[in-house]
Design a protein around this ligand. Structure first.
Ligand SMILES: [Zn+2]
Length: 446
């Protein structure tokens, strides 16, 4: 058992913040949450970690992250390409060349950055080649991961196949679940790259296995236009007709939805995974059409994602949450809407609810998994400390002040360093792997 001290931002139903609080962890679980003095008196022999100046938050949740394909060429895909080119001229050729070692290295680095910034739960947007190696990376660094594998039947891309072949690969990914930190979900690439048959069968598979189904949908207007030309209907209107939507469906992006589609999302109780930095970096128009806020206002289920290292780049949940709150206020020109607590909610318990994992993670409550992020409030951005720790956390800080991180009670970050791996040792290997990958994919190497 261990007592972790600090201001405890519980994100429980009452949104309680306990100044001079503590969290008692027993193995993988949270055993008690209360005032430090009270818990200390009850457990005088337990090891105490941290101090009253720390801030302890629930582990952050990243609902949409590509763990392969981008990391080894991060911040390298030009930021002035026309729509679609970054995916089809860069990402896909890189994915096609990824070896198992590349997949494991890329995922190790992305998950390390995630943990160092306080993201304890990562939902993979679809590993193309070797999901088992991505799982190995998560196990190595101690991250909580939901894995997926890239499923598509509409193009001649890497690992594209018939619906039978794609479903078989999905089953293989689902078999990687270990009943502990590793989970899996069904992942299709996107609405423009899947047949109705594949969508329906993937939806059935997800439901029968009790897991989610995720796919990209309408990040840009060109996706919607292509779909309309092919089917005569807006993507979600069509998929709703086909059947297969439901609360197990987690739509990545959904930036450009018409009014009927917004209604369909709400009625089907599908969740939407918003990655605002990617939309800004790729110029996809979220500030012109911030449907995510319409969904939120109507009680829709939303989670935040950091997407990829060439689409938003930095893997930092707090930075993403602050951006979402800023967009909410700015696009409505209404400063009274969507504050820091709402942003932190989406990054923690609200996101957990959208993803169907709120019974185990997302808040600091007794019986939940001990996924905890400890921020060091002696750093300059916390001097002086605000009376409102959540406001300062969301607007005034980011992953830089994360000092310690626990996943299921296991300390994975200590003093802002990974406990499992030495990143300095991996830097040269990553540089070399990235260069080799670009050469093999026929991309510029300098
Ligand atoms: Zn994505």
């Amino acid at each position: 058992m261990k007592l972790i001290r600090g201001a405890i931002v519980t994100m429980n139903p009452a949104r309680r913040v306990i100044e001079n609080g503590a969290v008692l962890i027993d193995g993988a679980e949270i055993a008690a949450v209360d005032d430090f003095a009270k818990l200390r008196a009850l457990h005088p022999d337990v090891v105490v970690v941290g101090s009253g100046t720390d801030l302890v938050a629930p582990g952050y949740i990243n609902s949409h992250q590509h763990l392969t394909g981008d990391r080894l060429i991060q911040s390298s895909i030009p930021d002035d390409l026309p729509p679609g080119d970054s995916i089809f001229k860069w990402s896909v050729p890189v994915h096609a060349q990824h070896s198992g070692d590349d997949d494991e290295l890329a995922a190790t680095l992305t998950l390390a950055e995630s943990l160092l910034n306080g993201i304890t739960s990562t939902f993979e947007a679809g590993t193309v080649a070797h999901p088992d190696r991505v799982v190995a990376a998560a196990a190595r660094v101690g991250a909580r991961l939901t894995i997926g594998s890239w499923g598509w039947d509409f193009v001649d891309g890497p690992f594209a196949g018939t619906p039978d072949e794609v479903i078989e690969r999905q089953r293989e990914s689902l078999a990687l679940r270990d009943g502990g930190l590793i989970n899996a979900w069904v992942t299709l690439v996107g609405h423009d790259l899947m047949s109705d048959e594949l969508f329906l069968r993937a939806s059935e598979l997800a439901k029968s296995e009790g897991v989610g189904l995720t796919f990209h949908l309408s990040p840009s207007t060109s996706d919607t236009a292509a779909y309309l030309a092919r089917t005569g209907r807006a993507p979600l209107v069509h998929l709703n007709e086909v059947g297969g939507l439901g609360s197990h469906v987690k739509i990545a992006h959904g930036v450009h939805l018409d009014d009927d589609e917004v209604k369909i999302v709400l009625e089907s109780e599908a969740a939407v995974l918003a990655c605002p930095w990617a939309y800004l970096r790729l110029g996809q128009g979220t500030s012109q059409s911030f449907r995510h806020l319409d969904l939120w206002r109507a009680g829709g289920r939303l989670a935040l994602g950091c997407d990829a290292e060439n689409a938003g780049d930095m893997v930092d949940g707090l930075r993403t949450a602050a951006l979402f709150a800023g967009l909410a206020k700015d696009t409505t020109m209404d400063p009274t809407i969507f504050g820091a607590v709402d942003a932190l909610d989406m990054l923690t318990i609200g996101g957990a609810r959208a993803l169907g994992v709120s019974s185990t993670v997302g808040s600091i409550e007794v019986g939940k998994q001990a996924d905890l992020v400890v921020h060091d409030r002696t750093r300059i951005e916390w001097i002086p400390r605000s009376d409102d720790p959540v406001m300062q956390l969301v607007w005034g800080s980011d992953g830089r002040s994360v000092r310690d991180v626990y996943v299921a009670g296991n300390q994975v970050v200590r003093d802002s360093e990974m406990t499992s791996i030495n990143l300095a040792d991996m830097a040269l290997e990553a540089q070399e792997a990235g260069r080799s990958l670009r050469r093999r994919a026929g991309l510029p190497t300098e």
